[in-house]
Each structure stands twice: as C-alpha cells, then as structure tokens.
Ligand binder design. Structure first.
Ligand SMILES: C[S@@+](CC[C@H](N)C(=O)[O-])C[C@H]1O[C@@H](n2cnc3c(N)ncnc32)[C@H](O)[C@@H]1O
Length: 350
C-alpha cells in the first residue's frame, strides 16, 4: 500500500491496503442535512418559547441564527412556526454570508442559536483521508468537530439548541448549561442514520434542570440517569478483560437480529473463538475473575445479567452507547463499555 493516500481516499482494510474514494468536501464539512422535522418537538418548542420570551423581555428582537446553516432546513422550519427573523452563516454555501463558524460565531444581535453542526471524529478524518482539510481544528485539543462547534456556539449565545450525536450523553463535554435533552428515536438526516438528540442550553451561571426526554416522553434528569452507571467499578481489580482462557464470556453488543442481546455467560456457553481475543477487543470477550471459585460462577452470571437488565430498564438504555443502527425489532442496538461492565461485575461479586 502506498504510504500517503490522496485526498478522500478512505482506508477500508489496513491489512489488504484496500481504499475507496469518498466525497472529501462533503465529509470534511459534515454536509448531512436535517430533512426531518421530528427534532422540533414539544420539549424543544417549550424551550424555544422560553428563550424568545427572555430575549424580548430583555429588549431584544426575537431571532434565530444557524452558524452551520447548509440548505437552511432548520431556519425554514423555525420561520414557518414562529414567524420571527432567522439568519444563517456557512463556510461553503452561497445562500448565506461566508463564515468559518468553527473559528468564531459572530452574533451581535444575541440571536438564539439553532443548529446541526458538522460531526467528524479526528480518527475518522484520518481514516477517510480528509485530515489535511480539518487538521487545524483538531489541533485545538478537540476529538470531534461537533465539540468545537458547540463550544463556539455557547460562547456567542445565551440560548443554544443543537442537534448532536447521541454520544453527547456519555461524553465529557461540560453539561452545566444544559436545560433539556430530547433523544430522537427516528431518523433526522437525509443520508446518514447517526443516532441523534437535541440538546438545549441556557445562559451561563443558570443551572438548568437537565430534563431528559425520549422524543416527548420525560425519562428523568440527566444526573438521575447517569447515576445508574455508578462509579465504574474502579475499586480493587475484580476483573481482567480480554483473557483468552477467562471463565466468563461477555457479548458486549446487542445483535442485529434482536434475539442476541448483551449478556454475561459461562465461557463454556459462549461460542466466540477464544483465539480471536485481542487486547483491543471491545465487542466479544472473555473475562477472568480471580477472586471467584468455579462453583460460584453460575450464580455470578445470574446476578450480573439481572443488574445489567435493571440498569438498561432504569436508564432506558441511555447509559449504553448506540451501536450501528437498530435491531430487527426496531430497538436501537447498544454497546456495553468496559467501565460500566466493570461496575456491574464488582456489584455482582459483592
Ligand atoms: C450537518 S450540516 C447542517 C446543515 C443544516 N444546519 C441542517 O441541519 O440541515 C453542517 C453544515 O455546516 C457547514 N460547515 C462545515 N464546516 C463549517 C465551518 N467551519 N464554518 C461554517 N459552516 C461550516 C457545512 O457546509 C454544512 O452546511
């Protein structure tokens, strides 16, 4: 394989050196438009009405800015619904004044920001051969463009409504200004099925309730939901992951068929080839529990699965990362990260 790939030459198989050509501009700009209106649901509407009211009572004219406006789908919807002034910016679209909103979002009118920023992870930019177009943004210490975009928006507006990847929930991005989240179950975009949510932020210094909805159904506050994760099982070292002859098997991802959910099991009941386990295995693995005698393993498996399923139910699955679309049943597939797996293990041991 040649060492240097050309622009937009995406690496498909490192072993075989296989690549395919992708649209470098589209990928580096995150050009995936929000063509479905499901994001403007009741909780988001209530938040926007509250934001507009605060604007007008502060003597401003209610208005909305999308600094990553694309074809203007979000702005059209807001203008139609609220009849207020809307305006946009974009780096590569003649519909709007040109602006690099990943550098700065000018907002002299103090408009409410409503946006769907570009999503692109640093490692994806490298794999997809578009790193040269976006490397300067990542130099600022961000691992995904949406995080930089959101920081720029929050720096220039008191009220921000952003359509973000669902991974925002488990990310370390500061959530102190968060007022409302609505996880969207349907598909919002025209040509990607990335799981998404709408996050609504209020002014700095005013702590929001952090209420979390699935579509329009209130689930609880973010801190209540995240408390299901516990402390990440960091006490002691109850489990060693990715041990080929470990006595416990873990399928850490829901199967696409809807019949093979995440589960702990005895190694002898797991049909995954042990010789495929690597230090980097994250989906299927074997685990060793040094403090547990053989005869205690079956009881442990029962307790761990019971706790796992309680956590899934209580958090409505939101403490697990989304994984590659939905199961045949329509439920979103999820992945159990090893930090939460460790927490489940240590609670099931005691
Ligand atoms: C995910 S699309 C969203 C478009 C629109 N908000 C929507 O939801 O349909 C992201 C948009 O951000 C624009 N964009 C990407 N990088 C930008 C930058 N540095 N500054 C301003 N706009 C940018 C892209 O051109 C694209 O139109």
């Amino acid at each position: 394989m040649p060492n240097k790939r050309s622009l937009g030459e995406m690496l498909v198989s490192a072993n075989r050196g296989r690549t395919v050509q992708i649209d470098a501009d589209k990928v580096s700009r995150g050009n995936f438009f929000t063509t479905d209106a499901a994001w403007l649901n009741q909780p988001v509407r209530e938040f926007l009405s509250f934001a507009f009211l605060n604007q007008t009572s502060a003597g401003q004219v209610a208005s909305v800015l999308d600094p990553f406006a694309g074809d203007g789908h979000l702005l059209d919807l807001i203008a139609g619904e609220y009849g207020i002034r809307v305006h946009g910016l974009d780096i590569s679209n003649d519909l709007w004044p040109k602006n690099d909103s990943l550098k700065q979002v000018p907002n002299s009118e103090k408009s409410v920001i409503v946006t769907n920023p570009p999503y692109l992870a640093n490692h994806s930019a490298k794999r997809k051969g578009v790193n040269s177009l976006v490397a300067s943004y990542f130099k600022q210490g961000y691992d995904n463009l949406w995080k930089l975009a959101l920081d720029r928006c929050l720096a220039s507006a008191d009220y921000v409504v952003a359509i973000l990847p669902e991974t925002f929930l488990l990310s370390t991005f500061a959530k102190d200004r968060l007022a409302v989240i609505s996880v969207i179950e349907g598909e919002l975009f025209d040509d990607t099925d990335a799981p998404a949510l709408v996050a609504c932020f209020g002014p700095a210094g005013v702590e929001g309730a952090g209420n979390v909805f699935i579509n329009e159904r209130l689930i609880g506050t973010l801190s209540q939901i995240m408390s299901c994760r516990g402390k990440g099982g960091r006490r002691g070292k109850p489990a060693v992951f990715n041990v080929a002859d470990g006595r416990i098997g873990l399928r850490a991802v829901d199967g696409a068929d809807g019949k093979t959910p995440i589960v702990f099991m005895l190694a002898e009941d797991f049909d995954y080839p042990a010789n495929r386990i690597k230090v980097s295995s994250r989906l299927m693995t074997y685990i060793e529990l040094p403090t547990l005698a053989d005869q205690d393993l079956p009881g442990f498996v029962v307790r761990a699965n019971k706790l796992l399923n309680e956590i899934r139910e209580q958090s409505h699955d939101l403490v697990l990362a989304p994984f590659k679309g939905n199961m045949k049943t329509g439920r979103r597939r999820r992945r159990l990260d090893y930090e939460l797996a460790r927490e489940i293990i240590s609670r099931s041991l005691s």
